[in-house]
Ligand binder design. Structure first.
Ligand code: HXC
Length: 260
């Protein structure tokens, strides 16, 4: 597929990490409809490619993404938002079965911050800045900024960010648990790829089950989540990869997973 607003390339020693570069630098990677359509398509391609074990989404040093495209949406009416199902293109990011890693340098604002939070893991460059500035332009977060952010960093901090529009630094984002690690900007992508390679070294089948289980923690009550986890744990015993993983351990050798 030909892309205009993103670039795809394979990374890692075994070329098993699919990288997507948001590539609309003149608009600080503002997330217009075309960019989001291309991103969804690229994610679907990686999802269907059995050689890919994890996906990294990144921007450039100045911006991961400065939000939804303000100039594109400014004239929207309420009716058009509904009829056109505005933001429907965004759901793909949070529904990918393979693990997704956001590697955030520079600005992750509005929809850019929400896009990062849709990913499973966020790594940040030391100059990264996160914010939900929608309030300053007469709207509110529309893709999880008032919901995912609140679950991740808590009500007081999320309220403060959403009501002031103020940005937080990479350090603050790490302290609150929104970001799992910080690296010097020029090492960020490499570190995100290494993380993707580590994940890709495990059974893709087990990884998919594990990702699903962690996501349930986010979406339901503790009792429901524990039930789902227990039954999914039980289900791993029906896979060849569980037999192989435990056999390899007892034979002191590396496992050879086949996703069966
Ligand atoms: C469209 C954008 C944009 C955006 C930047 N640009 N952000 N265009 N939509 N979200 C464009 C600018 O218009 C400008 O284009 C070029 O990118 C460079 O931006 P500057 O503002 O000149 O850069 P700088 O002075 O360095 O300031 C950086 C910035 C600022 C602080 C990040 O650009 C900014 O405040 N951007 C908007 C951030 C924002 O409000 N995001 C939330 C959007 S609402 P020209 O043509 O002039 O060079 C949202 C809703 C989400 O995301 C709902 C669910 C998805």
């Amino acid at each position: 597929t030909q892309y205009e607003m993103i670039k795809k390339d394979l990374a890692g020693e075994k070329k098993n990490v699919g990288v997507i570069h948001l590539n609309r630098p003149k608009a600080l990677n503002a997330l217009c409809r075309q960019l989001m359509t291309e991103l969804s398509q690229a994610l679907t391609e990686y999802e269907n490619d059995a050689s890919i074990g994890a996906i990294v989404i990144t921007g450039n040093e100045k911006a991961f993404a400065a939000g939804a495209d303000i100039k594109e949406m400014m004239g929207n009416t309420y009716a058009e938002c509904i009829i056109g199902n505005f933001l429907a293109d965004w759901t793909k990011v949070s529904n990918v079965r393979k693990p997704t890693i956001a590697a955030v340098n520079g600005y992750a604002l509005g929809g850019g911050c929400e896009l990062a939070m849709m990913c499973d893991i966020i790594y940040a460059g030391d100059k990264a800045k996160f914010g939900q500035p929608e309030i300053a332009i007469g709207t509110i977060p529309g893709a999880g900024g008032s919901q995912r952010l609140t679950r991740v960093i808590g009500k007081s901090k999320a309220m403060e960010m959403c009501l002031t529009g103020n940005m937080i630094t990479a350090e603050e984002a790490e302290r609150t648990g929104m970001v799992s690690k910080i690296f010097p900007a020029d090492q960020l992508l490499n570190e995100a790829v290494k993380l993707g390679e580590k994940i890709s070294s495990h059974s893709p089948l087990t990884v998919a089950l594990c990702k699903e289980a962690v996501n349930v923690a986010y979406e339901t009550t503790l009792q429901e989540g524990l039930r789902f986890e227990r039954r999914t744990f039980h289900a791993t015993f029906s896979t060849k990869d569980q037999k192989e993983g435990m056999k390899a351990f007892s034979e002191k050798r590396a496992p050879n997973f086949t996703s069966e």
